[in-house]
Design a protein around this ligand. Structure first.
Ligand code: GLC
Length: 653
């Protein structure tokens, strides 16, 4: 195995590689020669990224070298245990690292139980997913959550066990196998910032085991917590105020950024890192292909800051990413960091971490700006904010979405607002009023979530149909209103399907499900109005999707049309990101997707009135005699201008 050319490593990586190769070899003796070589080639390829991620965090420790060798042993064991079909997938993805960037990628997001009852039930629903050409399925609350309140599954009791109400590990493996056979990747949540107070680590810590107490942040009195609180915001100001909780049995305070039953993990302890890597290897070897790394912005605490987006977070994520590349390279990482643009790009890597941190990250700003433009019928803020967005590496993909299981926070920066003559706080208040339905003339039926009395901040819950005016129009039997709402929902989807990345359809939006009132009745959900947009899939209503006379049928067919157009439009590959255009038009939103095949210009009318715009921007983008990829038509440009119907979307090539 020594006849390969060594990689050019530097610093600690060069020094530590030989020992780590040795450690890996010891775990792999029983494997065929080719498998051992493959592991070593991958180890050498990604070792620099691994060490560069870990060194700033743990490099000062005397046992850093041993820690690293043990980590490589774990990776080697993960590789050793990897089932053959997944090893084949690893090879495919080594060869096609852009698999999640391709225009055929379509994501679907659902609570496993609310979508299909059980994991096996998901297999029975795969026909439905195929109708939507889904290639990426994010199932929520799969890993065993705590009993009682569990923040919608984001308080995990055991990362290695499946929620018994859904099935067991064999069922999870079966779902992965079935989906993979269809070309669909399963994504599950890996809640990295905290585990629940019922997790074995927490129980051992409570029982006095010091090893496990070091997995958490514990304080004997309020001195340190108070010092941190001085600069810490509150995630759930009304549901779970404060960031620390008193544990009477231990006589200590514990860090709980979210609910008091979600205990923040102490990532400054390398044992936590090692544990999570073992969890990742285990789940990846069951067939999980994407990890949604939950609430990652909060992983590192630094006194005097808001304890979000600290550089160590990006280092740790880079190291986790390298671990997957070494042992389970088919796996991709999606970062859930709902933060401002300048902070967000760090999750793809900036500077020395460029392109090394996560493969996919949520485009929160695109989502917020879409809702903002739809409410104000004005695209200037959207255009400005998205034009200012920092550049991202060509190897990444945005997770583009209109709705998800969470509330919407109006992440509109004050300086972006000011640049287009708006007052940030006033605009954010307008959006809350508008989507809560209290603004005069609003068609929205959302509700305020997480009202922060101190900052005035009001986030919003509500289903897509409720926020986009479909629910209200249907309740009022308002035919024209229904037409407009359908068009509004589709223009939103035309944006997320064309912007570049993994478009995520949120369960039920494809048939326009309204808010679910049942959340009031269930004691498990009553306290948290995000459950209004986490309905059960009403399969009896889903049948209407094939009837073009129904709202469900119109939406479903409209979405399928967009998805079909996306799949056959190579310009929509995520490698060339969207460049937002300033058309000097306050009602239209537009961007170009540059491509060696000829650019694509996407234009969206964000209002219920027809709009026209001079067509010069098309020739500037090199697009002559354009064809719309969605409708297949040639727009009429004879008068030198392009005309868009209410809420019309055009993808012009
Ligand atoms: C993420 C989840 C959200 C949860 C939080 C805490 O933001 O999307 O639902 O409340 O993390 O885990």
């Amino acid at each position: 195995m020594s006849d390969r050319r060594p990689h050019d490593l530097s610093g600690r990586a060069a020094e530590l590689l030989p020992g780590c190769i040795e450690a890996g070899r010891e775990e792999l003796v029983a494997l065929p020669h080719r498998d051992r070589v493959l592991f070593e080639v991958r180890l050498e390829r990604w070792f620099q990224n691994l060490v560069d991620g870990l060194e700033p965090v743990y490099g000062e420790r005397d046992d850093f070298g041993t820690f690293l060798a043990e980590l490589v042993r774990a990776l080697a064991r993960g590789h050793r245990e990897r089932p053959e079909p997944l090893k084949v997938l690893d090879l495919e993805r080594d060869l096609s690292p852009d698999w999640f960037q391709r225009p055929n990628t379509v994501g679907y997001v659902a609570y496993a139980d609310r979508f299909a009852g059980t994991l096996r039930g998901v297999i029975d629903r795969s026909d439905y997913l195929r109708e939507l050409n889904v290639t990426y399925l994010h199932l929520m609350s799969v890993l065993w959550p705590r009993d009682g309140e569990n923040d919608g599954g984001y308080a995990v009791r055991d990362y290695r066990e499946v929620d018994p109400r859904l099935g067991d590990r064999d069922d999870l493996r079966a779902v992965c196998d079935a989906l993979r056979a269809e070309g669909t990747s399963l994504c599950v949540d890996l809640v990295l910032n905290h585990c629940s107070d019922q997790h074995p680590w927490a129980l051992r810590a409570l029982a006095g085991d010091e090893r496990y107490q070091r997995y958490f942040y514990l304080y004997p009195d309020r001195t340190v917590p108070d010092a941190f609180e001085a600069t810490l915001p509150e995630v759930f100001p009304d549901l779970a105020p404060g960031n620390f909780r008193w544990l009477p049995d231990l006589g200590r305070w514990i860090w709980t950024t979210f609910h008091d039953y979600q205990w923040d993990l102490n990532w400054s302890n390398p044992a936590v890192f090692a544990e999570i890597v073992e969890v990742m290897l285990d789940l990846a070897n069951l067939g999980v292909e994407v990890f949604r790394l939950d609430a990652v912005a909060f992983l590192w605490k630094r006194m005097g800051t808001d304890c979000q987006n600290q550089p160590e977070v990006h280092d740790l994520l880079q190291a986790l990413r390298a671990c997957s590349k070494i042992a389970t390279p088919a796996v991709a990482h999606k970062a859930e960091a709902i933060v401002g643009p300048d902070d967000l790009v760090h999750y793809f890597g900036v500077g020395r971490r460029y392109g090394k941190v996560a493969n996919i990250a949520y485009h929160n700003s695109l989502m917020v700006q879409t809702w903002s433009a739809l409410a104000s019928r004005d695209t200037r803020l959207m255009t400005h904010a998205l034009r200012e967005f920092p550049r991202t590496p060509s190897s990444i993909a945005w997770a583009t979405y209109l709705r998800c299981h969470d509330d919407i926070g109006w992440a509109v920066a004050d300086d972006d607002a000011a640049a287009v003559g708006l007052h940030g706080a006033a605009h954010r208040a307008f959006l809350s009023d508008y989507y809560a339905g209290t603004f005069d003339g609003s068609h929205a039926r959302g509700a305020v979530f997480g009202h922060n009395e101190r900052t005035g901040d009001r986030r919003i819950s509500g289903s897509l149909a409720a926020l986009a005016g479909l629910q209200a129009a249907r309740e009022a039997d308002d035919g024209p209103g229904i037409e407009l709402a359908i068009a509004r929902i589709l223009v939103g989807h035309a944006i997320i399907l064309a912007f570049g990345g993994v478009p995520l359809l949120y369960m039920g939006d494809e048939i326009g499900l309204p808010n679910d009132d049942a959340w009031h009745e269930d004691p498990a959900t009553r306290g948290d109005n995000r459950w209004m947009h986490r309905p059960r899939m009403p399969w009896d209503r889903v049948a209407a999707r094939h009837d073009p006379a129904t709202v469900e049928g119109r939406l479903f067919a409209g979405l399928r049309r967009l998805i079909r157009a996306r799949r056959t439009t190579p310009q929509l590959h995520a490698a060339n990101g969207a460049e937002v255009l300033d058309l000097g038009h306050a009602r239209l939103f537009a961007f170009v997707r540059p491509s060696p095949l000829g650019d694509l210009a996407a234009v969206f009318n964000m209002t219920e009135t027809p709009q026209t715009v001079a067509d010069a921007f098309l020739s500037e983008a090199g697009i002559e005699d354009p064809v719309d990829r969605i409708g297949g038509d040639r727009p009429d440009l004879r008068a030198g201008s392009l005309r868009l119907a209410p809420y019309e979307a055009l993808w012009l090539v």
